[in-house]
Design a protein. Structure first.
Length: 61
């Protein structure tokens, strides 16, 4: 769980860095980078939470 928290913090920092760099430079590649990091972090989180729910469902059966 510690690794997941660290990954989440890094994803938030990378997304924020992309947005800040976009605001400073007006270069859309930084905004695209921030959005991609956010998108893949959400997909990863959904997969992990889905696996946790599946694990609990299997234990209950």
């Amino acid at each position: 769980m510690l690794a997941l928290r660290i990954a989440a913090i890094l994803a938030v920092l990378a997304t924020a860095a992309g947005i800040i760099l976009y605001l400073l430079t007006r270069d859309r590649k930084y905004l695209r980078f921030g959005f991609q990091v956010f998108k893949y972090a959400v997909i990863f989180a959904l997969l992990v939470f889905g696996l946790l729910m599946l694990e609990r469902a299997i234990v209950l059966v």
